[in-house]
Design a protein around this ligand. Structure first.
Ligand SMILES: [Zn+2]
Length: 136
């Protein structure tokens, strides 16, 4: 089977990335940090950091959102793109920044204990109150 390259980027194009590695299916994170940085819950796929290649990164900046993770964003258009834990070898990629089609599926909700009061989760997928790593 031929390798498929998946690409993506921010709103303005100052961050463009691609990978030929298989992306994880999408997890929706309802934690308070994702709410603040994305404006609502976040949907993330993930890939091994070594397999994430940049075609354009002049806009890419990182915010240390905790002592164990940093969030990558575009300093030109403000897009939230990445979540990178210091304790693991992968980078979470905001699924909305992927070019279509993705071939991915939403499979799980995490940090549902932090979910705000203005929406309900009604899709029948697995819900995890926290996650194995903690809010970061
Ligand atoms: Zn941008």
């Amino acid at each position: 089977m031929a390798e498929r390259t998946q690409s993506g980027g921010c709103l303005c194009g100052a961050v463009r990335y691609h990978t030929s590695a298989r992306l994880r299916d999408v997890v929706a994170c309802h934690c308070s940090q994702c709410q603040k940085t994305h404006g609502n819950f976040a949907a993330y796929t993930a890939v091994e950091t070594a397999d994430l290649m940049f075609d354009e990164e002049r806009g890419l900046a990182w915010f240390a959102s905790s002592d164990k993770a940093a969030r990558g964003f575009c300093r030109e258009c403000g897009a939230s793109l990445f979540w990178h834990p210091s304790f693991a070898s992968y980078t979470a990629v905001a699924a909305g920044t992927l070019d279509q089609p993705t071939g991915l599926r939403l499979v799980r909700h995490i940090f549902t204990a932090d979910k705000p009061d203005w929406y309900e989760i009604g899709d029948g997928l697995e819900q995890v109150a926290q996650s194995q790593y903690g809010n970061s």
